[in-house]
Design a protein around this ligand. Structure first.
Ligand code: 3PG
Length: 322
């Protein structure tokens, strides 16, 4: 049975399943700099991470005991996936388990930005008893989502889940993906699922014709931005952007410039180029709604992730035993 280090934690559901199957699960957080020594000293066979811990070539080279590296979540930019696989390590993620949670957080940002909830909440805490009328005026120019167009860049599982929520709110949805395809999105209305067909369109059309834009692409291989100065200038004036994908896919400096010029009215950010120390000017901007990379951080998503990871490890070790 394996010794498993869940360095960024694992939900109780997954831990229980693994322990019931006879595996040892260690949830102590080992500092990045000490990871290789810890893995070797404790003969760790499985390393589980979220986005905080990185697993790079040096670890794969230095730790021959490691048979599996699991990413509880979607983005694998913190792992040298191909290198690990080339050394025979089973490197995997849980691509579908958190889509709904990320989509719901994105809708939360859109609703917040449309009615200034992030800023209003802050100022009501501080001045609500003395400045009520002033604040009522300050936040009087909200807008509705229904009838507006949401452009989704990256139309995989998360993008499609977001489309389902947006359609359910009466928004129009246009989407761009790395290839053109038609997707049927189920819109949940009570216990019914209403299928809606969406034909993806090109990138330029999507960003030029959207009132709101949400991006759902992985971190680019070269680390570069998908949305920079040129793309921001092509958008409708007063567009609202959300990034709950990866820090850097929207250029942060250009986003600040566009917010300050009014080209972008507001932005919702769950992810940052420099995590866990995002730049202070982003955090201070009144037109940015902020969350600390919590897209997948719901009880439901983490429960599904834990179970999926546990089942994968249990299957791997029962196959090895046979
Ligand atoms: C993901 O790629 O799955 C999300 O960004 C969540 O990352 P986290 O597991 O670190 O919260």
């Amino acid at each position: 049975m394996a010794k498993i280090l869940a360095n960024d934690g694992i939900d109780k559901s997954g831990k229980d399943l693994l322990e019931k199957a006879g595996h040892t699960v260690i949830t102590d957080k080992v500092a990045q700099a000490d990871l290789i020594n810890y893995v070797n000293a404790n003969n760790i066979e499985v390393i589980l991470v979220r986005s905080a811990t990185t697993v790079r070539k040096d670890l794969f080279d230095a730790c021959p005991s490691v048979k599996m590296v699991g990413r509880g979540g979607v983005g694998m930019d913190n792992i040298d996936v191909e290198y690990g696989r080339s050394k025979g390590v089973d490197v995997f993620n849980t691509p579908g388990a958190s889509s709904q949670s990320v989509a719901e957080l994105t809708m939360g940002h859109l609703f917040s930005l449309a009615r200034f909830l992030h800023d209003s909440n802050k100022h009501m805490h501080a001045n609500g008893t003395t400045q009520f009328e002033v604040l009522k005026k300050k936040y009087a120019k909200g807008f509705e989502l229904r009838g507006k167009t949401l452009g989704i860049i990256g139309f995989g599982r998360i993008g499609q889940s977001l489309a389902s929520y947006a359609l359910g709110c009466g928004m129009n949805v246009i989407a761009n993906d790395h290839h053109e395809h038609e997707v049927t999105v189920d819109v949940h209305v009570g216990s019914q699922k209403i299928p809606v067909k969406i034909q993806t369109t090109n990138f330029e059309h999507t960003i030029k014709n959207s009132d709101f834009i949400s991006i759902h692409v992985p971190k680019q291989k070269d680390g570069g931005a998908v949305i920079g100065a040129k793309e921001l200038a092509m958008m409708k004036k007063g567009v609202v952007l959300v990034n709950s994908a990866r820090g850097g896919v929207i250029d942060e400096t250009e986003l600040l410039n566009a917010l300050n010029s009014g080209q972008v009215a507001a932005a919702g950010l769950d992810v940052f180029e420099k995590e866990p120390t995002p730049r202070a000017d982003l955090l201070a901007h009144p037109n940015i709604c902020l969350t600390p990379h919590i897209g997948a951080s719901t009880n439901e998503a983490q429960d599904r992730i834990g179970v999926e990871i546990a089942e994968r490890i249990i299957k791997h070790y029962s196959a090895v035993k046979v």
